[in-house]
Design a protein around this ligand. Structure first.
Ligand SMILES: *[C@@H]1O[C@H](CO)[C@@H](O)[C@H](O)[C@H]1NC(C)=O
Ligand SMILES: *[C@@H]1O[C@H](CO)[C@@H](O)[C@H](O)[C@H]1NC(C)=O
Ligand SMILES: CC(=O)N[C@H]1CO[C@H](CO)[C@@H](O)[C@@H]1O
Length: 529
């Protein structure tokens, strides 16, 4: 976006919001053209939009995967390769990241599971196509794992090559300076592939690909190396999902824990006893570290500290959408059992997670001018960015903006919280731990019970009112998303904090996947209301 346009839209904004200080450089522009970025879709009501956006998002995800893309042929983007974005310049995201790919394919797996569940024994053409895409990703993972690269090699004792964050779309290594290693990739990939095995098992299906042979082959050759990587490296520093800080990170640790947990199940399934024992001991150590040793929690703060080392030196508040992402990607539906023998901490309804969400809203409501019209409102979602101190604008470093991923993920968390409350028939318990979150919905100052625990009994009138407010809260995040996508449902990485237009890498695969998942959880939650 040219600077002159930028000034124009910002001015338009000052006319609708009063009492907000707009930086002088924004005020120095030409008179405004009264164009609304929201015009193109304002005629669609929310429900219609959700349905349309879910389909568009899914289609756009498939277009960013080699072998199924209608945009790229297999000579350019190899089969099973998931590109982060089709953008090749300004910025160049035309690569496959291990993290983004694993998260994307997990989205396809949710769809596959939904399709298999609803369709009768006959496997439809669409389902067959989906299986093909998923298996080509798994095949490609086998190849990528074995590519020597600047993080190391597959042959190293500690499997250091698996920590390489990204590759070219033709499966050659990326040999430039980068934030490496990134230690979340192997766990995310392994968890995604193990979820595929779980689906095959559940619906009594076989592996289709001749190359992949069987679930046993996939376990031994692809999943196990990634688990070994975690066992050998979980206590080491690495770059975060935003590729900026070489340290210990909540997102990395908790998604690693998830992979180890699933690994225990599959090691047992394949009678890999001694390996299972090693996994069990890693699980114990890593869980203890996450809860008590790595510094993700402090008595001084109600929320998660995503990167304790940078918080300690006072450079960041610790607030980060990565904590929300860590929670959703380490907890899933299949864990909806009461007597889980290996519970993973910091589920979506954990006080520290919902307090993180509340603190992000409280910060970014003021930080981003497009949220200023909601300053007086409580229990309403706003556009969320990655973290308060962010200065990456999608092209270079100036000022941070809201992201589709963060905003949609906040919605997903609250839908899932409602889903869990209703499915478990849980009372809502408000106490000192989660008061920061519920403060958005209850005015404690006027209540006699300030300081005391408050129990809202399941299915009482107050309970149902709170559930309705929570549902409205989660919807309001998707309403923000709706205001910033284009008329085709396309999504870039960010939208500008002053004027709301999209910027950064266009058609970001992860944006589609985050929004698709939030909409899917909304549908699931509606069924239990
Ligand atoms: C299919 O979905 C329904 C509703 O969510 C669920 O109760 C059921 O257990 C699922 N069946 C299978 C085989 O997953
Ligand atoms: C608040 O309630 C939760 C859930 O029952 C509990 O885990 C937590 O320890 C409680 N916090 C306080 C400060 O009592
Ligand atoms: C340690 C190691 O195996 N490094 C390799 C990483 O990849 C580059 C490019 O393929 C090789 O040149 C290095 O030898």
């Amino acid at each position: 976006m040219k600077l002159s346009n930028f000034l124009l839209y910002s001015i338009a904004f000052t006319q609708t919001v009063s009492g907000i200080v707009i930086p002088q450089h924004v005020l120095d522009g030409e008179p405004p053209a009264p164009i609304s970025p929201y015009q193109s879709i304002s005629d669609l009501d929310f429900e219609t939009w959700l349905e349309k956006q879910k389909a568009e998002s899914f289609h756009s995800i498939l277009n960013n995967i080699g072998g199924t893309s209608e945009v790229f042929d297999e000579m350019e983007v190899y089969k099973g390769v998931v590109i982060a974005s089709p953008s090749k310049i300004y910025p160049n995201y035309f690569y496959q990241w291990t993290r983004d790919a694993a998260i994307t394919i997990k989205t396809l797996l949710y769809e596959l599971e939904d399709q298999l569940n609803t369709s009768s024994s006959e496997v439809s053409k669409d389902t067959g196509k989906l299986v093909n895409v998923i298996e080509s990703y798994i095949e490609n993972s086998y190849n990528l794992q074995r590519l020597p690269n600047l993080s190391g090699s597959f042959e190293d004792d500690d499997k250091s090559g698996l920590g390489e964050p990204k590759f070219h779309v033709n499966n050659t290594p990326f040999n430039e300076v980068w934030g490496r290693p990134q230690r979340d990739g192997p766990g995310l990939r392994a968890a995604t592939i193990m979820y595929y095995l779980e689906i095959l098992n559940k619906f009594d299906k076989q592996v289709q690909s001749e190359f992949l042979k069987s679930t046993g082959f996939i376990y031994k050759k692809i999943i196990k190396p990634d688990l070994i990587y975690i066992m050998k490296n979980w206590d080491l520093e690495g770059f975060d999902l935003w590729e900026e800080i070489n340290a210990v990170h909540f997102f990395t640790s908790i998604t690693q824990l998830r992979a180890i947990k699933d690994g225990i199940f599959w090691a047992e399934h394949f009678h890999d006893e001694s390996f299972k024992e090693s996994l069990v001991s890693t699980f114990g150590e890593l869980q203890e570290a996450i809860e008590n040793e790595l510094g993700f929690k402090s008595d001084m703060l109600p929320h998660i500290i995503e990167c304790p080392s940078i918080w300690k030196i006072g450079k960041r508040k610790g607030l980060d959408a990565a904590s929300l992402l860590g929670s959703i990607h380490s907890h899933e539906t299949s864990e909806l059992r009461r007597d889980d023998p290996l519970p993973i901490p910091f589920d979506i309804d954990d006080s520290s997670i919902i307090n993180t969400l509340a603190a992000m809203v409280a910060d970014m409501k003021f930080r981003y001018p497009i949220n200023h019209n909601k300053i007086g409102l409580f229990g309403t979602g706003v556009a969320l960015g990655r973290y308060p101190e962010d200065i990456y604008d999608g092209y270079s470093t100036t000022e941070g903006n809201p992201w589709f991923i963060s905003t949609a993920t906040a919605g997903e968390i609250i839908y899932r919280m409602i889903f869990k409350l209703k499915s478990y028939r849980q009372d809502i318990i408000i106490n000192a731990s989660n008061r920061d979150f519920f403060h958005q919905f209850i005015n404690f100052e006027n209540s006699d019970d300030e300081g005391d625990d408050m129990v809202i009994p399941f299915n009482s009138a107050a309970y149902n009112m709170m559930i309705a407010n929570l549902f409205k809260f989660s919807d309001s995040f998707l309403q923000v998303v709706k205001e910033h996508v284009d008329s085709q449902g396309r999504m870039s990485e960010q939208f500008n904090k002053y004027h709301g237009y999209m910027q950064g890498a266009r058609e970001l695969t992860w944006s589609y996947s985050a929004v698709w998942n939030a909409i899917r959880w909304r549908e699931k939650t509606l069924k239990v209301l």
